[in-house]
Design a protein. Structure first.
Length: 500
């Protein structure tokens, strides 16, 4: 069982008997990042892009491929990505070479998270190295973006390649380019996919890997075979996944496997008659411990359940809540939860009563205090979807009436708002002592775009506005940017997105 996006649980398992289910399986170690490999609508053609990763047909074997499964996800929308373009390339010395097969408008059969299950006409490959490219066909205006999930180390054969011929993101990588050149700071250099089909060895023995009747194409693929390379975006994005598999019990595989049932805390939550589906996403769970069991469904009845696995859903609370006097007011600060994502805002409680709702920053000033009174403040995190965490630690203070300037407790780069933005955003940071501060903006290639601050600043809270222009006064393009702050020994870097 896998915790994903803080309160979803991703469940995956292997078919019974340990029988082989794939000609090539590159799904075992999914990363938290993905590349956008999408065929957009005409108005976004400059962002069309492709990724490609290699696979090897062993010596003495011939493969007939009929299905490609892709681990993937959506961003800026919920899909669905109903169609895909599937392409196979020859190997050219460790890079994608001539285009061998191209299947356009393939039925992608997406699940709710964006994973694709693409069926194609039987396509033969003899021994050797080949490159697979799958491109989600989806309009940005209605479905958002579709991302192909990476695989974490160790590396599997060659690094993947990527290209954006229209250079919509102005990366300069308009032809097939190796992953480590496009994303030098990213360690995950493979893509997540499985190839299904049949293999025939030198003795003429044929083995089926996968179930070709698992999905029904809603639209026939158009097959083109030629020798011209065709390419079409790649913006890295994050999606938290920690992979763990549930092993099915060893059953007699001579019986007909019909599908699977999933039990959560003793109750059936999933009943599938598709033996090819070996994943399930249990979404929008409350905080708690959940136990999952998988049962194989045969024509003769159900198997015994596989050993149970569990997942603990936590909605992390803010950290390091603290309160200090600023004049007759109370200045309350806190830190964002570790490993949390999709935070919407924060709630502030005073003495157990909700005191301020939907605070967007990580500080709050209480102006309504009484001299001599003692207050206890707690903070909760509000996650996207309305989920609220438990209380933070207590921040207790007694009002003394002492005066003073609003001085942060720690030096910290807090973030920018709005994010994404167009064309202006505000960056906030605090200094708990005077310091020489530099604040610089970099593009995704690590090139400095503009210096926003380079001066000695006093100890207090500061805001800096960036109008989306580079150092020469030119407007920057859409994409991912990083802003880096240095103040004495303190250094911090955060990400922001310009979206026009």
């Amino acid at each position: 069982a896998v915790l994903q996006d803080y309160n979803d649980v991703f469940v995956s398992w292997e078919p019974p008997g340990g029988a082989p289910v794939a000609l090539w399986n590159q799904m075992d170690n999914p990363s938290t990042a993905g590349i956008s490999a999408q065929d957009f609508e005409t108005s976004y053609n400059q962002y069309d892009a492709m990724g490609a990763d290699d696979f090897i047909v062993p010596a003495g074997e011939t493969w007939s491929v009929f299905e490609i499964d892709i681990l993937s996800f959506y961003s800026d929308g919920g899909g669905p990505c109903d169609l895909a373009n599937v392409r196979f390339y020859a190997d050219n010395g460790g890079t994608p070479g001539d285009l061998l097969h191209e299947f356009l408008d393939v039925a992608a059969n997406p699940d709710e998270t964006g994973n694709l299950f693409c069926t194609i006409p039987d396509t033969e490959f003899t021994e050797g190295t080949y490159w697979l490219s799958v491109q989600g066909r989806m309009d940005y205006g209605t479905g958002g973006q579709w991302y192909w999930t990476r695989q974490m180390a160790p590396a599997i054969e060659s690094e993947f390649y990527w290209q954006n011929p229209g250079d919509g993101f102005e990366t300069g990588f308009t032809t097939w380019s190796i992953a480590s050149a496009v994303w030098p700071a990213e360690p995950d250099i493979n893509l997540s996919f499985v190839i299904y089909g049949t293999t025939t060895n030198e003795d003429g023995v044929t083995t089926v890997y996968g179930n070709r009747n698992g999905f029904v194409s809603s639209k026939a693929a158009k097959h083109v075979t030629h020798n011209q390379r065709q390419g079409k975006l790649s913006i890295p994005n994050l999606s938290a996944v920690n992979e763990a598999y549930i092993q099915e019990p060893q059953e007699n595989t001579s019986r007909s496997l019909l599908g699977y049932k999933i039990y959560r805390n003793g109750s059936v939550i999933y009943d599938s008659l598709d033996p090819l589906t070996v994943t399930y996403l249990d979404v929008a769970l409350d905080a708690g411990v959940y136990e999952y069991e998988i049962v194989a469904v045969y024509d003769e009845g159900d198997s015994d359940p596989a050993p149970a696995v569990s997942a603990t859903v936590l909605l992390p609370a803010p950290l390091n809540a603290a309160a200090s006097m600023q004049g007759t007011n109370v200045f309350v600060t806190w830190s964002s939860p570790a490993e949390a994502r999709d935070i919407d805002s924060y709630n502030v409680y005073r003495d157990g009563v909700l005191y301020s709702e939907e605070v967007s920053s990580t500080f709050f000033i209480d102006l309504a205090t009484t001299a001599g009174a003692t207050y206890i403040y707690n903070i909760t995190t509000l996650y996207d979807g309305g989920w609220e965490s438990e209380y933070s630690n207590d921040a207790e203070i007694t009002i003394t009436g002492a005066g003073g300037e609003l001085i942060p407790l720690v030096t910290e780069l807090e973030g920018n708002f709005p994010n994404p933005f167009n064309p202006t955003t505000t960056i906030k940071f605090g200094l708990n002592e005077p310091a020489l501060v530099t604040l610089e903006v970099y593009n995704i290639r690590g090139e400095k775009v503009r210096t926003l601050v380079n001066s000695e600043l006093e100890a207090k809270y500061h805001t800096v506005h960036w109008n989306g222009e580079d150092g020469s006064g030119k407007n920057v393009s859409s994409g991912v940017y990083f802003y880096k702050m240095k103040a004495g020994k303190y250094t911090s870097t955060k990400k922001m997105i310009m979206m026009k």
